[in-house]
Structure formats: C-alpha cells, structure tokens
Design a protein around this ligand. Sequence first.
Ligand code: GLY
Length: 469
Amino acid sequence: MEKIGVLVVSYGAREAAMVDALSRSQNYQVDLYVADKQRNPFNVERATKHVVIPDLNVDAICRFAEENKANLDFALVGPEKPIIEGARDQIESRTGIPVICPKQEYAIEVSKVQQRLLFEEIAPEANPRFKVFDPKDFNGTEEVKQAVYSWLDELNNQAVVKPDKPTAGKGVGVWGDHFNTREQLFEHFMSNFQYGIVLIEEKIDGEESSFMAFCDGKHLAVLPATRDHKRAFDDDKGPNTGGMGSYKDPKDYLPFMTTLDRENELAVAQKIFQRWTAKMPDASAVRGVPLYLAFMHTREGPKILENNSRPGDPEIINILPILKTDFVDVCYGMLHGNLDRVEVQDVATVLTYKVPSSYGGYAEVFPSQVNKAEVDTPVNLFAAYALSKKYGDRIRVYPGSMELRDGATYALKSRVVGVLGVGDSIEEARAVSLEGVDAVRGGALWNRSDIASEAGIWKSIMHLQQLRA
Ligand code: GLY
C-alpha cells in the first residue's frame, strides 16, 4: 500500500472525522500531521506528529508544514479562520505542498456582503432582498436609525440582522426570534454596527437544508443534503450556535423536500459555481468545499441563507463516515482536477453534539440544571466508545472542544463531543446517536434531545406543505 503524509489543520470534531476518514483509507497508509486548536485526544492518538496552535494562526501552521515538508503530500484545512486568513496561499508559496481549501481571494465566507453581491449577479431569484449599512455612509445614530426603520417599513419588519464578518452564526439576529420590536432590533444592529458593516435582509420562511459538494475547481461532486440545527435549544429555540446537531436521510434529499426542491437547489448551486469559476484565471483556486450553501426551501423555491467556504460543522460528519469512495482518492481528485462522482452509502446518519452549560446560553436559561462550572472538568468517552462493540461502525464518537492532559480528557468551552449514529432509517440512526451522547460521562454537559426527531421532521414537512398550500 502506498504510504503518504497529510497535514490536517483542525478545529474540532469535524476535523476528527476527517482524520478518521483518512486513517481508514483502504488504498493508502496515511501518516497524519495535525495542527490542532487543542490536544484533541482522537487526533493525538492517530497523528505521527501533533502540534497545538490555539489561535490556528497561519504563520505557525506554515512553520509546522515547513518542518515536516519532506513527509507531506498534501494538506487539508477544515476551519474557516485559517482559510480566510490565507492558509492555502501561504502554505503553498512557502512549502510547495498543495492544499485543499479555497485561496484567500475566493473564501467568500469572509464577507456576507461579498456573498450577497455575487449571488445577486448570478442567481438573483435565490437571493433574499438585502441592504448594506456601512458606518462610513452615516452621520450619527439618528441618521442610521431612520435608514434602518425605512428599510424595515419595506420588509414589513420581517428582517434578519447580520454583521458582515463571520461570527459562527452567533451575531445573527432574527425578527420574531431574537427581537419583537424595532427598538430591540436596532439595539442588536448597533451592537454590531459599532464594529463595522451590517446587512439587514428579508427574513425567509421555509425549511433549511445544507448543500455541500467537494470541488476541484472544474467539477462539483455533490454530496447528499443534510439538515443542521443551529439554535441552542429543542424545537429550534434560543440563540444561534455553530450547530447543535444534523441529520441525513437514506435518500440524497431530506424528508421535507421534494425531488423538485433537490433539483432546484442543485441548479442554483451549479449555476453559481459555473459563472463564478468562469471568471477565475485559475479555477483550481477553489478546491475543497468552497460553496457550502445553506438553502431555505420556500413557497417560491430555494433561497440562499448563507455561504461557507469549507465543509459544514457538523454536516460533513454526516457524510465522511459513510463515503464509499476512498477519502484519499477524493482528496487526490480535488488536487489533480479530475474529481469524479463521490459515492455515499444510502443510509441515514444523525449527529448530536454534547456541549458545556456555558455554550448557547444554557446556563442563563436553565440555571437550576447547572450545578457546577463545567469548563475544564474531566470527561470520559470510554462508555461511548464501548458502544462500538454493539454497533460496530454504526457509531462514531468524535471529540471536539476537548483536551487530553496528563492522561485524562477535559471539556473545554465549545462543542465538546459529537456522536454520529448510522442506520437504515433516521429513527434508527438517532437512537444510536442519543445512546452515544448519554454514555458520555463527566462534566455538566448537555445536548439537544430533538435532533432528527420524528416530531421535528413531521413539523418541517407540515410547515413546508402549509407554505405551499
Ligand atoms: N453548521 C453550519 C456551519 O458549519 O457553519
């Protein structure tokens, strides 16, 4: 078997799933070099070399790549921060090691305004109405307030406030969820506007799906649709988070979608991809997953909520463990520009994240449930891992914001551990995922209990049917 070396730039459970997929390659023996945000126990155990770079700064990542250059065939960058700070450009120019992620210029996740302008040009039918508020254009609070209120008149208050810069979903405020009066909306707006450009978009009613495709610059290898749940609490209530869990149906589209919804979202994505890359001097600049699109399926067809320039966390965890195509071959396809179809098993997957009580505002909303500060408390995954005796590869346990220290593992501040269940139906996959999160011991961790629940899915189906009635 050919031996290769791969550098993985890692943030959390998403990259542990990448490390897992690379380690399980049937065609290559992969030596892993991991530049990690923390001593992730999963990655430490599998890596030939592991380095912690807490802020994932690109210069430190490059130095690690330079030190190990002789052993590296390519690099894979998962998290958005190093991507938008130019990891690809700098690693490639300083070391010559090819990197899988978009070049800085095309990492359009960096700016919500840039995304909206691109989509307005190529697929206006899928772009919600929006207005850009730039502090440079206003003299004082009263002037901007007038402009905001006049836009709210046009939108009938049905508005979403978004800072231009990425905030992992956390700076986004939605009318009816995060505020119910113009005063509250304006307060939220100003808390972001003091730091820079803010968008106010029309609020779109519908049901969400995440579109992802691996890309070599010329071809999109489209992956099955997934559904992410960004809100902190059950029934999609509470603040936005990075994502509390996600699911995939055995089909390549979701239970609330029609085949036409799927065709429509594919058509929008292909159109954007083709026209966007046609203007690039070198389309290989957009390797990786440069066009993650969060779609809202509405009465009028799919609308784009946002774009990311990397695989979704957690959504890619719904896909990587069930790839039929060897993941290293997928990576080489992205690097060589001959990416072919990527085959995925026709099974359901459900991912549930377990998180600390400080995450997603849980401690403030449910103070009686929180009896101790959980950050930095030991967490052990033995019982969760032991479930593989019962389920084999139908359970995967991926540590995220978790640190290995003196032989023990500790919960840090963000999404601590993701447990993926695989099954012939969503119900079966969900049962495995929930059994796995229940088996995580220690810390005052909590999780949403309704990811992929029958009631939740039924609600999505009914919601979309009512909108279309
Ligand atoms: N789950 C959404 C994201 O990756 O940003």
